[in-house]
Design a protein around this ligand. Structure first.
Ligand SMILES: C[S@@+](CC[C@H](N)C(=O)[O-])C[C@H]1O[C@@H](n2cnc3c(N)ncnc32)[C@H](O)[C@@H]1O
Ligand SMILES: [Zn+2]
Length: 295
């Protein structure tokens, strides 16, 4: 049960607003609660519910390994206590300082208002405390409401007012399939916010497959009506990323890290040129955002 004094859903309680939207990731039918977890009403597939019966593990290819791994899982932290990122832990400067896409994101969120928002690939850094956010990730980070795969979203058709996804699309082996899934779970008139890198070094979480141009977004989100595509970060940010990687590669061990750290802080003030540069030439952005609508 949610605390009357707080709007924040906590991790040790079940969220009825989330459960009523759940579906079998294999056949998209509704799920029935059974003693061992959740069972698909149509195909009979069984799913585990971890974290003391609060977090459904709705992975289509639920392996015994997954079951063993998640069965004893308890969220260790509460919402609102994000883990430090790699950069924060090493006192490297933040990568996105100018927040070029912030006004567009604000307008998107204002338009959604209290509507239900599905955060696909919520990760552990980006925390949204509002109760209308549903966090889905393939990893059981401390802030997830549902463990699932973006390629087979475990939600009923048309169950969300908005879908939000930041820095995830590049990690999906089939972004076209995931985009169709995002469109499927949106209500008619529902809207999508997505950002993904265009010029960024290869990185983990857990795999890295693609980069996205404005035309790439139009192709990937072809089931939706594209409202806006714009730059999210600029070319100095790109220079910073690659300079850091190059110095790390050039010099061994701690020396490489020191060179990287120094270069990162020297480049940092120049990032304030990014908004001007992408205004003059939007083709030199480091990443783009897209806002799209389900008609
Ligand atoms: C770079 S992180 C971004 C996290 C967060 N959106 C943010 O902006 O801080 C990518 C996230 O996508 C998740 N992810 C990767 N593949 C996924 C998939 N197939 N389905 C759902 N989440 C996935 C990863 O576990 C990771 O948390
Ligand atoms: Zn099913």
């Amino acid at each position: 049960m949610r605390s009357a004094t707080s709007l924040l859903p906590s991790y040790d309680v079940r969220r009825p607003d989330v459960w009523q939207r759940l579906a079998c990731p294999l056949c998209r039918s509704s799920l029935d609660e059974v003693e061992s977890g959740l069972r698909c009403a149509t195909c009979g597939q069984l799913y585990l519910v971890a974290a003391g019966g609060t977090v459904p593990i709705l992975l289509a290819a639920t392996s015994e390994l997954y079951e063993a791994e998640f069965a004893d899982w308890r969220p260790s932290q509460r919402r609102g206590t994000p883990a430090k990122s790699y950069r924060q832990a090493r006192y490297l400067p933040p990568t996105n300082v100018t927040r070029i896409s912030e006004p567009a994101k604000r307008a998107f969120l204002d338009a959604v208002g209290p509507g239900a928002i599905l955060n696909v690939g919520s990760g552990q850094c980006e925390i949204h405390g509002e109760a209308n956010w549903v966090n889905l990730d393939i990893h059981p980070h401390h802030n997830v409401d549902v463990v699932g795969d973006a390629h087979q979203l475990p939600f009923l058709d048309g169950s969300f007012d908005a879908v939000y996804s930041v820095s995830v699309l590049e990690h999906l082996r089939d972004p076209f399939l995931a985009a169709r899934e995002m469109a499927r779970v949106l209500k008619p008139g529902g809207r999508l916010w997505c950002t993904a890198p265009f010029a960024y070094p290869v990185h983990g979480h857990p795999h890295d497959y693609f980069r996205f141009t404005p035309e790439g977004y139009r192709s990937v989100f072809r089931d939706l009506e594209i409202e806006t595509v714009g730059p999210a970060t600029g070319p100095v940010t790109t220079i910073g990323h690659f300079a850091e990687r190059a110095l790390d590669a050039l010099l061994p061990g701690k020396l490489g890290f020191l060179a990287r750290w120094t270069a990162a802080w020297c480049i940092q003030p120049w990032k304030y040129l990014d908004p001007l540069l992408v205004r003059r030439d939007a083709t030199c952005a480091s990443s783009y955002f897209v806002v799209a609508r389900k008609t």
